[in-house]
Structure formats: C-alpha cells, structure tokens
Design a protein around this ligand. Structure first.
Ligand code: G3I
Length: 332
C-alpha cells in the first residue's frame, strides 16, 4: 500500500482549521516536521518533553491517520546540553539508549484500530537521519566519534529492542546520486549482515524541476528494493527557484547570506508564472507515474509540508524567498 503522508506541527494542528481540513481530505499518514526530533524531546538528562509529539499522535488517532516518527538520531538535532557532553563514552551511550528507549516506548503506547487490527499509531521511525557524506562515507558526528563506526548497528538494535513492532528506516538526501546511493546500499547491507533490523529506506525528495532525472530516481528504487527493504519517498518538495549550488541537496549547514535580497535569486516574489506552473505540474505528474509504476516497492510518499506558505524552502538555502514547492498554494 502506498501511504500518502504530510508533515505537520503541533502548533499548526492546534490553530489552523484550513490546514486540518486539507490533511483530512487527502492524506492518511503524518510526520512531524520538527516536533518529534531529539532537540524537541530530549531536553535534559532523564528529562523528556513529549507534549508536541503527543498532540500530533492524538490528532492522528482521532482521524485514523498513522504517524511516521522523524527522527531519533540526527547530527543536526542534538540538544545543546548534549552537544557539549563531557562525560565518558559509556555515559554517552547510556544516555542515547535511555533516550531511544523512553521515546519509542512512549510513542508506541497509543493504539489505533485499522482493518480490524489494533496497531500502534506510530508505524515506524527514521532511526538515523543523514549519516552519510556525498561520497558515501560516514559523516563526522558525535555519534560516530563516541559510539564508533558501527554506531548505526548499535542504535538500530536499541530501537528494535524497545519497540519490536515498529518499521525501522534509514533516511537521507541525495540518495539518487550514484556515490551516495552506493554508500547507503553498503550501509544497509552491513546492518542486515550484522543482524540489525532495517525495513525501509527513506529517500528525501528535496528535488528541482529537472534534477534528479526520472532515470536516476528509478535506479535508486531498484537498487534499494533489491536489498529487500521498502522504499519511502520522504520530504517531497520541488523547488522552482535558482539553486545556488550546481548540485541538488539539503545540507543544512551551507550559508548563502550573500544572496539574500538578490532579485535574480528570487524571481517570482508575487506569483508563479503559468509557464513555470506547467513545468511544476508536469514534473509532479512524471514523478507520480514513476511511483505508480513501482508501487509494489514503495510504502509511503511524504510531502514536506502542506502549503507553500509554510515551506522551509522559503528560507533555505537563501532566506526570505518566495518558493512554490508543494501541492497547495499560499491560499490552500
Ligand atoms: O519555532 C522557532 C521560532 O519560535 C523562532 O523564532 C525561530 C528563530 O530561528 O526558530 C523557529 O524554529 C525553527 C523551526 O524550523 C520552525 O520553523 C528552527 O530555528 C529551525 O532550525 C527549524 O528548521 C527545521 C530544520 O529541519 C532543522 O530541524 C525545518 O523547519 C525543517 O523543515 C527541517 O527539516 C529537515 C528534515 O528534518 C531532515 N531533512 C532535511 C530537512 C530540511 O532541512
């Protein structure tokens, strides 16, 4: 089954009725854009704030949606108190294990009846997000430094231990580029060989009008499904604005301050010309035709937002632009 999924925030669910109405009409699964990340939850040692995640779970439960948890371990979402951790390696590992345990156990408690079966509202977790560099090697991070080069195996085993029913995913961007795809294939094979559970790979689809090509996307669908994991297209949005890189990507640490206010980089501040609208519609059509062709291999498609108005792409990689990446415009 292909689950249509949208990202949300607890605040928008609480305050925006239009947002809720559109979610209910067209989608059956939601992902929190930020509310279930480590920075939102793990506010101190033995101190957890599940409130925003709970609001999303409760909304999902009332409306018959499932939730895909994003993300347990991500180098970009480490709370400040933990980034500067100075304790022993063993103490760090214990903190991470307790955080994974508390988080997955907490969210697995809420159940929903679907097709006559009682299951957890939370279908699964992006256990590790963005662990790879562009060349397919492991990215430097506190997790790699302290837990060692087998850290993914360690944390996937922890996640399985505390919620054995959850689908466990690896999620990353640029997985349609050959080197990074090869790195991810190697990583998944190594998890499988070492007995860690991995059900799916999340291909973050922060894409452009022409890149990646449909062929590159298809090559990735085939390469990952050959490993026996399901393919999920997560974080789908299509930027129509000039890309300050030659290459596509979602590296959050880049800084393009020099382009702020540059009209060439923000060509559609009022509205999107029809010619570009058509290109965007055609691009979505082609992508979804490919998804349908491979629907037996794809378990979920997630858009990274509902309306263009709130898309992260209005402020990244250049702040203050007007982008049109999603299905709904600024008036829904
Ligand atoms: O809510 C606060 C606001 O109160 C404050 O005034 C403002 C000042 O900076 O910050 C607001 O929080 C921001 C939050 O987005 C909500 O807009 C954070 O600073 C900002 O860091 C956060 O960015 C998120 C980013 O991940 C980092 O967590 C984006 O919304 C979110 O779309 C983005 O999502 C990531 C995926 O998780 C992983 N893949 C890449 C993708 C894009 O970077």
């Amino acid at each position: 089954m292909c689950i249509r999924d949208r990202i949300v925030s607890a605040q928008k669910l609480a305050t925006n009725t239009q947002f809720k109405a559109y979610l209910n009409n067209d989608f059956n699964s939601v992902t929190a854009e930020n509310d279930m990340k480590m920075r939102s939850i793990f506010i101190g040692p033995n101190n957890y704030d599940f409130s925003k995640g709970d609001a999303i779970i409760s909304y999902a439960k009332q409306n018959g949606f499932r939730v895909f948890g994003h993300a347990l371990i991500w180098h970009s979402s480490i709370p400040d108190w933990l980034v500067n951790f100075t304790g022993t390696d063993m103490a760090f590992e214990e903190l991470i294990e307790t955080y994974i345990k508390e988080t997955v156990a907490h969210f697995s408690q809420e159940k929903i009846i679907l097709n006559g079966q009682e299951i957890s509202v939370v279908a699964g977790w992006d256990v590790v997000n963005e662990a790879l560099n562009g060349d397919g090697t492991l990215r430097e991070s506190i997790f790699l430094k302290v837990l060692g080069e087998n850290y993914l195996e360690t944390v996937y085993k922890m996640a399985e231990k505390y919620d054995s029913n959850a689908d466990l995913a690896y999620n990353d961007y640029n997985l349609c580029k050959p080197k990074k795809r090869e790195g991810a294939v190697k990583l998944i094979k190594s998890l499988q060989k070492n007995g860690a559970k991995i059900n799916s790979v999340g291909i973050q689809a922060h894409w452009q009008l022409t890149s990646p090509t449909l062929e590159e996307i298809e090559t990735s669908i085939l390469a990952f499904s050959e490993l026996g994991v399901k393919v999920m297209f997560t974080e789908l949005d299509i930027s129509v604005l000039p890309n300050p890189w030659e290459l596509s990507g979602a590296e959050v640490t880049q800084n393009f301050k020099k382009f702020e206010g540059d009209k060439k980089m923000n060509p559609f501040p009022e509205n999107l010309p029809d010619s570009v609208k058509e290109k965007l519609a055609k691009r979505y059509e082609n992508i979804f035709k490919l998804f349908v062709k491979h629907k037996d291999k794809i378990s979920r498609v997630t858009f990274w937002g509902v309306t263009d108005k709130f898309s992260w792409l209005n402020d990244w990689p250049i702040k203050g632009r007007t982008n049109y990446p999603l299905l709904f415009d600024r008036n829904y």
